[in-house]
Design a protein around this ligand. Structure first.
Ligand code: PGA
Length: 252
């Protein structure tokens, strides 16, 4: 059975004290949650080791927002997969559209990062998704297929099994425009079908595919009710503990 996950990507928000406060509030509200959805908190790097020490509830994990595509060395300002793992993270976002847009990440650099993540016991959350012009011109399936082909279908079965995918239509990120549940389901089913063709139906059924893009407490249940939507990658709404918990609880 595939895992249900809700992950909160804080992006470049919350200074150290604010971040610790937010985490404490999230954990407090999670104490009475005993559902099957895993929660992943993905703060800026500098919060991770302290939050790791504070974790007390089950089913609550930490992730990083990025890693270097190099294992170590003279790459000023970079954080390696091994470093991230060593402070207690279990997950890492790879290829978020903001990294692709502002930092020039390509499907190929994503594949290198995913390789390093897996070698260092991190679960990569690989982001794919089309920009608005691509959806308008109807080439979104092609774009997503290429992102999947070049970013993750380069791996063998053993590595592929470790990967979580997030479908994040770029036009929905931070815009308040959410994909409809039908639009999300259509793309998620398409991705699962690609996996089934490349690997096996069983692997496809076991792959967790998250939706991201303006997911909030009022639309989460609808989105997560779709058969191929296994949870969410949440930006803005993960910065508010009540909203984030409501989204986790909606992933039944
Ligand atoms: P959003 O961000 O929820 O603020 O739209 C989602 C994401 O970027 O992962």
């Amino acid at each position: 059975m595939r895992k249900k996950i809700v992950a909160g990507n804080w992006k470049m928000n919350k200074n150290y004290d604010e971040g610790i406060e937010l985490f404490i509030s999230i954990q407090q509200k999670l104490r009475d949650y005993h559902g099957e959805c895993k929660t992943v908190v993905i703060p800026p790097f500098i919060h991770i080791s302290r939050i790791r020490e504070l974790i007390e509830v089950e089913n609550l994990f930490l992730g990083g927002q990025n890693i270097s595509d190099k294992p170590s060395g003279a790459f000023t300002g970079e954080i390696s997969a091994d470093m991230l793992w060593s402070v207690g993270a279990n997950y890492v976002i790879i290829g978020h559209s903001e990294r692709r847009k502002y930092f020039g990440e390509t499907n190929q650099t994503c594949a290198q990062k995913i390789n390093l993540a897996i070698e260092n016991k991190l679960v990569p959350i690989y982001c794919v998704g089309e920009v608005v012009e691509q959806r308008k011109s109807g080439i979104h399936f092609k774009v997503i297929e290429q992102q999947i082909n070049e970013g993750i279908f380069v791996f063998g079965l053993q590595e592929f099994k470790e990967i979580v995918i997030a479908y994040e239509p770029v036009w929905a990120i931070g815009t308040g425009l959410t994909a409809t549940k039908e639009q999300a389901q259509e793309v998620h089913a398409f991705i699962r079908e690609l996996i089934s063709k490349k690997y096996t139906e069983k692997i496809a059924q076991n792959t967790t595919i998250l939706y991201g893009g303006s997911c909030n407490p009022s639309n989460a249940e609808d989105l997560f009710s779709q058969s191929d939507v296994d949870g969410g990658l949440i930006g803005g709404a993960s910065l508010n503990a009540d909203d984030f918990i409501a989204i986790i609880k909606a992933n039944k």
